[in-house]
Design a protein around this ligand. Structure first.
Ligand SMILES: Nc1ncnc2c1ncn2[C@@H]1O[C@H](COP(=O)(O)OP(=O)(O)OP(=O)(O)O)[C@@H](O)[C@H]1O
Ligand SMILES: Nc1ncnc2c1ncn2[C@@H]1O[C@H](COP(=O)(O)OP(=O)(O)OP(=O)(O)O)[C@@H](O)[C@H]1O
Ligand SMILES: [Mg+2]
Ligand SMILES: [Mg+2]
Lengths: 255, 255
């Protein structure tokens, strides 16, 4: 049964953080105990939930000393969602991971220590395929790839496929990619249908039915430190993430 | 006189590639001989101009052996714009740069070799603050920071400031940042005015008057391998980049 999801795509600005944060809230609404791991030095997931970054332990500490991971989770303003905060110094830690022998297994080892306390773990990844994202790919049971319905986003899918193959093994890629979700879909545009057709060609079973519409309330919610389900529960963005959560839960149980 | 611009922001998807490609075309339209350096392993600037990536030298080669940089530039479909292609293997090269003693000076040394052949150099950076972006910050005369009028984009500006200070020196940051340009501005939204006010507080002289509207033709042009000035010369996106180019040329001459 899939419990740890890496939300990853090296293409920037495709909605990784927005998806990780709002999916965490949607899973928690359904009664799951959720851990959100902010593995991006930008720390956008941390800010999106209004959490403090200064002088508190976070993901960088878990990667440096996995055996101390039990004490890192912090409560957030969303009931049922705990957080490992994303510190700026993850940038330095990433350099050290690249040089360490066991550098890509640290996150798996850290999450092992807390697995019994949570029903689902979501890892927000930076827009790169370095040691932080590779740690997340190794630690996860499945990868969720947010993608925009635009040409430059599509181009990156082949690189994402190669990175998953490298970490999970070439034969396991289709199983490792739990789903691809279209984000920021403009109501009037035909691009989404064209991009769907292209994705179906290369990843026949991965494309999720749920898609997230472009909704300015999704971009506003982080400035209030709240998930969209709290900030604007009747919005199109909130409905998009609730639908995505239920589709993923079915896929996660089936695996 | 400023001639080399790094188009940089570690926040993903803010329009770095779209800006680098279309600004290069706009400068060339004005008669400048332009070199576009694709320093991103994603290689989106390379694809946006329809250039071939397989088995040809590119930016990775210039970083590995700066003394051979003269032979790397390739012509593109845009008259007056030459390109150093962005190869997937820039990812490995970035690791090696991080370990080399002179790792952050390689791009400066490579560009020194070709400086007399071009009037302007634009460097498209990946969404990160690693060795590739640091090479671009060191090699450039000025930094152009594209930013979306959204909260999460704003948050990254402080990290960008810190990175520029580290590479250019704390006292030189305001001079090093040639300009901040708002991209993907939605016509009806008030967010742009709010974000402008916030940027003016921290970077009083940096915000450019020109801003780039959200225009689907900008997202389509790369799938045809053409700059928007060729693909849709009468579009709002094309007008935005022509206006940006003339404002930057004035700033570049004044420095
Ligand atoms: N469905 C949506 N509708 C409107 N705005 C959105 C939507 N999803 C994300 N955004 C906004 O678009 C921007 C990019 O999204 P986000 O930061 O989540 O992407 P990301 O992939 O995490 O970026 P990065 O690559 O920098 O980590 C943010 O300002 C966010 O608020
Ligand atoms: N003004 C605009 N209007 C509409 N779409 C745009 C505009 N600028 C960029 N885009 C589209 O938005 C997406 C992100 O832009 P782009 O890839 O240039 O950003 P980037 O900062 O280079 O991303 P990365 O961080 O991955 O390098 C692309 O699909 C691009 O085509
Ligand atoms: Mg993010
Ligand atoms: Mg880019």
């Amino acid at each position: 049964e899939i419990r740890t999801l890496a939300v990853a795509n090296q293409k920037g600005g495709v909605g990784k953080t927005t998806t990780a944060v709002n999916l965490a809230a949607a899973f928690a609404l359904g009664g799951q105990r959720v851990l959100l791991v902010d593995a991006d030095p930008q720390g956008n997931a941390t800010t999106s939930l209004g959490a403090d970054k200064l002088d508190v332990p976070g993901t960088a500490d878990a990667l440096e000393s996995p055996e101390g991971a039990e004490t890192i989770a912090r409560a957030t303003g969303v009931a049922g969602v705990s957080l490992w905060i994303g510190q700026y110094r993850l940038r330095e830690v990433e350099g050290a991971l690249g040089r360490a022998r066991d550098g890509e297994e640290r996150l798996s080892r850290a999450l092992e220590r807390v697995r019994d306390r949570f029903d689902a773990v979501l890892i927000d990844c930076p827009p790169a395929l370095g040691a932080l994202t590779r740690n997340a790919l190794r630690a996860c049971d499945g990868v969720l790839v947010p993608i925009q319905a635009e040409f430059l986003s599509l181009e990156g899918l082949a690189q994402m496929h190669a990175a998953v193959a490298q970490v999970k093994g070439a034969g396991a890629v289709h199983q490792a990619i739990l789903g691809i979700v279209l984000t920021m879909v403009e109501r009037a545009s035909t691009a989404a249908a064209e991009v769907r057709a292209q994705i179906d060609e290369h990843f026949p079973t991965a494309l999720l039915g749920a898609q997230i519409p472009r909704d300015p309330l999704l971009a506003e919610a982080p400035s209030h430190g709240r998930a969209v389900l709290d900030y604007a529960p009747d919005s199109r963005g909130a409905y998009g993430y609730l639908t995505l959560a239920s589709e993923l839960l079915v896929r996660m149980q089936l695996s």
